[in-house]
Design a protein. Structure first.
Length: 277
């Protein structure tokens, strides 16, 4: 099973095959595939999905797929890497900053059935594909805001179609209690409360997480983490059950000196002096 690589952030491709030119394969990137004409069966993660003109599929890096073509098929591909949406956060609406298109494309529901677009959505999708194809003559389509918004509109059509089919669109809200619970459970492990780790855990774009956290909790994420860690260390010192060395180990500091320097920056005194007070 080959794995296909792509180094450009966005590639628009269109071709016609009577027999699909690739064996079952996976990718290192994401694909939106639109069927312009033809029919056959899309083999996607061992699901057999009959396809025809006007159908749409989304493929993420974990997926294995190929097409069994029955009638000569014209494919329109939109291929993009993780960097494509990450580099355009200033253009993206909150909904897709919180739940990235990449995480949305991993929804298993999208791999188990063919979406049934109604007539208005079919027309809009066809026109959108034609718009992207027409603009693909530009030298660097990956930097075009016009193409970016056209691609975003495809995700809007997918979500609207899923609602019309009474399918659950997963991940539409952030549970703030789960975020704070995660922080309190993992505050003793510095790596687990890094922004990139917690953002990935909750499927929130890393570049958006800090702004979202400050707007929601009225404090920056870094301040929240430091205040919580310092408060817990103070309680450990007051309880007088653990040595400074043991507290340093519990909170993931490299040694007693590391904890002492951290505490002095936050409280203007060493842990040993704070203990005396």
């Amino acid at each position: 099973m080959p794995k296909l690589n792509q180094f450009k952030t966005l590639v628009i491709d269109e071709f016609e095959d009577e027999k699909f030119h690739l064996p079952p394969h996976t990718h290192t990137y994401y694909e939106i595939i639109y069927i312009k004409k033809g029919n056959g069966v899309h083999h996607l993660n061992k699901n057999l999905l009959p396809y025809k003109a006007g159908d749409l599929f989304v493929i993420s890096p974990e997926d294995e797929h190929y097409f069994d073509i029955k009638k000569s098929t014209r494919f329109f591909y939109i291929k993009f890497t993780d960097n494509y949406f990450n580099s355009k956060q200033n253009l993206t609406c909150d909904d897709f900053l919180i739940h990235t298109p990449e995480s949305f494309m991993r929804d298993k529901t999208l791999k188990e059935m063919v979406l049934k677009l109604d007539d208005p959505c079919k027309t809009i999708l066809k026109n959108t594909i034609e718009n992207i194809a027409a603009y693909n003559c530009k030298t660097d389509v990956s930097t075009s805001p016009i193409v970016f918004y056209q691609i975003l509109s495809i995700f809007g059509l997918i979500k609207e179609t899923m609602r019309g089919m009474n399918l659950v669109v997963k991940g539409n809200s952030i549970d703030n209690e789960q975020i704070t619970s995660y922080i309190h459970q993992n505050i003793y492990h510095p790596k687990l409360v890094q922004i990139k780790v917690i953002a990935a855990h909750f499927n929130i774009a890393q570049s958006y997480f800090s702004a979202y956290f400050k707007r929601t909790f009225s404090i920056s994420y870094r301040e929240y983490i430091n205040n919580l860690r310092t408060s817990l260390i103070e309680k450990r010192i007051h309880n007088d059950r653990l040595s400074i060395k043991q507290i340093a180990y519990e909170f993931g500091f490299t040694d007693e000196s590391h904890l002492s320097n951290y505490f002095k920056k936050k409280k203007n005194m060493k842990p040993t002096d704070f203990k005396k007070t």
